[in-house]
Design a protein around this ligand. Structure first.
Ligand code: ADP
Length: 265
């Protein structure tokens, strides 16, 4: 189902405007990145998308219908739009890994047998069986992230939103999480991440939203969004490394009198 916003606005109680007139239709079944420097509004937008925050004005729509902010409306939305926080410690609070993954299905009123089935499926799938009785806060960063994703996936959402999913992970842990995200996308789920890592956004995403100072600056394929170098730099981001290399090569090869590719041994 399609997740959209229309003229979305949000300010925090202290008056900080965090989202300024954002209207988007998130492409279904794609790998989507929200790119922007710290403080550009990514986390706030994500909390609006799954109903944790309520807009000051404008709307969030899921499946073409405006979000219903009653307890039952929010439960329905969160079943379909799961969110994984940047800091796993904000997400994992049960005494054991097993109970943490079971929390969502329990809340949704699944039967005991169904919960056992789903949690065991998640533990197997994410290689967490041997850790199931451990307290989540004893795990490594990568393991915690896997538990957090497993807990969200246990509710079988259509859309999974992950706030800076690779932050604080070593390269091996980051690759594991990227493999999981790609696999989930292969199963038809829309995967939405936030990042200030332009190289990741350029290489991983099907579709990119560029945010700056609470506003949507541009959107489209990574090639399209990052080709506007000025816009990217005005958003206080660097250009993706691979594009810089390409531009540099183009400059050298295309400048009159310079070596052409065929001349380079
Ligand atoms: P990002 O995720 O891109 O780093 P945020 O959504 O966290 O951006 O922040 C957007 C703006 O809202 C920033 O100016 C930030 O300082 C402000 N902000 C975020 N959380 C709060 C809060 N709880 N109270 C007041 N201002 C906040």
């Amino acid at each position: 189902m399609i997740l959209e916003t229309k003229n979305l606005e949000f300010s925090y109680p202290d008056g900080t405007k965090a989202i300024d007139d954002i209207s988007i239709t998130i492409p279904e079944g794609k790998k989507v990145s929200f790119v922007g420097k710290n403080g550009s509004g990514k986390s706030t937008l994500f909390l609006l998308l799954n109903g944790t925050l309520k807009p000051k004005s404008g709307k969030v729509l899921f499946g073409g219908k405006e979000v219903n902010y009653s307890a039952s409306g929010l439960r329905e939305l969160r079943k379909k739009v799961g969110i994984v926080f940047q800091n796993s410690d904000d997400q994992l609070f049960a005494p054991t890994v097993y109970q943490d993954i079971a929390f969502g299905p329990l809340n949704l009123g699944y039967s005991k047998e169904e919960i056992e089935r789903v949690v065991n499926q998640m533990l197997d799938h994410f290689g967490l069986q041997s850790l199931k009785d451990k307290p989540p806060h004893h795990l490594s960063g990568g393991q915690k992230k896997r538990v957090a994703i497993a807990g969200v996936l246990a509710m079988d959402p259509d859309i999974i939103i992950l706030d800076e999913p690779l932050s604080n992970l070593d390269p091996v842990g980051a690759d594991e999480i990227l493999d999981i995200l790609n696999e989930l996308n292969g199963l038809g789920k829309t995967i939405i991440i936030s990042t200030h890592d332009v190289d990741l956004a350029y290489q991983w995403s099907d579709y990119v939203y560029l945010l700056s100072s609470s506003k949507l600056i541009n959107e489209g394929t990574p090639g399209f969004v990052f080709s506007n170098d000025e816009e990217v730099r005005n958003s206080a981001l660097k250009s993706p490394f691979i594009l810089d290399v390409y531009r540099e090569l183009e400059k050298r090869w295309l400048a009159p009198g310079n070596a052409q590719p065929k001349d380079i041994p």
